[in-house]
Design a binder for this molecule. Sequence first.
Ligand code: URA
Length: 226
Amino acid sequence: GYDAGPFLPRRGGLPALRSAAAACEGCPLFRNATQTVFGAGPSSARIVLVGEQPGDQEDRQGEPFVGPAGRLLRDALEEAGIDAKSAYFTNAVKHFKFEPAVRGKRRIHKAPSLREMSACRPWLAAELRKIEPDLVMALGATAGKAVLGGSFRVSEQRGLLLPLPAWDELGRADVSGATGIPEREAAAHGCVIGTIHPSAVLRSDDREAAYRGLVSDLRVAADVLA
Ligand code: URA
């Protein structure tokens, strides 16, 4: 089956992970994408933000969250009082999945399959193991499921402080009954907060309300980091 596991380096830090990921062929997505888009940011980051997969701009530039969704996310972080320069940005899936538009040259984003998400998870687990952040912010359903398991529902669990599963449990945790953990306990163990994806804000009918919701969930994160 699909699996990035065999491509992971046995030693080294984030730079070793990043260069090994550039050669990943753990699932078929590497074939059509321009390049691997690995996570970016300091290994000392206390917060890791996890998206779904790189978009068109990220695929071209090789860096996460440099397109429209990234701009919106950085604005929201600033408004919530979180310093984007000290945060680590990454994605559940490291290659851009797309199909060509029926007409023209545009590349239309396609959601990654469960197999592709599972195949890519060793990279995310390795990033989190190296960084050991106090807090993971899962942006959208794909990131939420990659970190918290298939029972994660954005609509029910967004904005809640949830315990960060052990690395080998990543994506397999059962959070169906989770109602959150007290904030004073959260920073000690490492926790996760799920929220909507910044791209969902851009697509929303009520963009202003959706943006407010994102900022409000990021404020929960800011309180944990304070
Ligand atoms: N959307 C994501 O989920 N990740 C990116 O890096 C950019 C857009």
